[in-house]
Design a protein around this ligand. Structure first.
Ligand SMILES: [Zn+2]
Length: 211
């Protein structure tokens, strides 16, 4: 918020002779957010530095009210730790839980993404494509097969897996997969229909699929 207000002020000096008008709206988080947000606006407009801490007297004055209304109290700092960290580092994600701050640097998250992608290709593409199994399917005694009952190959295996993008809708629960699984011949989800694959019991693998 402080950075945003300072940006507005610098733009105002570039284009409007330093004049700017601030208006407010919303009543969210009135003890934690509103006073600090407006303090940032006021400090930016006055070209004043942001103090290291919010005033202790103010925190004490309103702490009880915040508790009574089930709201968060005013924090010690004008900026939340995550916004400070994000300003100074190449940060991908930052969360604050209680007094602790957890963040991922962009480089580390790129590595994590590469590992996840390799895992996806390895398990869902190569293992499922060449052997017809994933760890879950091996556990449940089922196999992914093509129409002839053979292993599907890497292309079809990847295709049916990528299509979880459709089958997974609306993502809190794989509704599309469940509906198509129950309503189609052969109980196939969209990924199976598109890739021409079937999931069969392991004893049925190896012979052509009849539905
Ligand atoms: Zn100014």
């Amino acid at each position: 918020m402080g950075a945003a207000a300072r940006l507005v002020d610098s733009l105002a000096h570039q284009h409007a002779g330093g004049r700017w008008l601030a208006t407010g709206g919303g009543g969210y988080d009135v003890y934690r957010v509103v006073p600090r947000a407006w303090a940032h606006v006021w400090l930016a407009a006055n070209h004043a530095p942001v103090p290291a801490e919010t005033p202790a007297a103010w925190r004490d004055r309103w702490a009880e009210d915040a508790r009574r209304y089930g709201q968060s109290p005013m924090p010690d700092g004008f900026d939340d730790p995550c916004s400070v960290i994000e300003e100074d580092n190449d940060v991908y994600q930052c969360v604050q839980i209680g007094d602790r701050v957890y963040y991922t640097e962009a480089a580390a998250s790129a590595l994590g993404f590469a590992v996840a992608l390799a895992w996806f290709f390895g398990i869902y593409g190569i293992l499922q494509g060449l052997k017809g199994v994933t760890p879950g399917k091996a556990l449940l005694g089922v196999r992914t097969v093509d129409e002839q009952g053979g292993t599907p190959g890497i292309g079809k295996a990847l295709g049916r897996s990528v299509l979880w993008i459709v089958d997974g809708i609306p993502y809190c629960f794989p509704l599309v997969a469940v509906i198509t699984g129950f309503s189609t011949k052969g109980h196939r989800r969209v990924g199976d229909m598109a890739a021409k694959t079937f999931v069969v019991g392991k004893d049925d693998a190896g012979r052509p699929v009849t539905v």
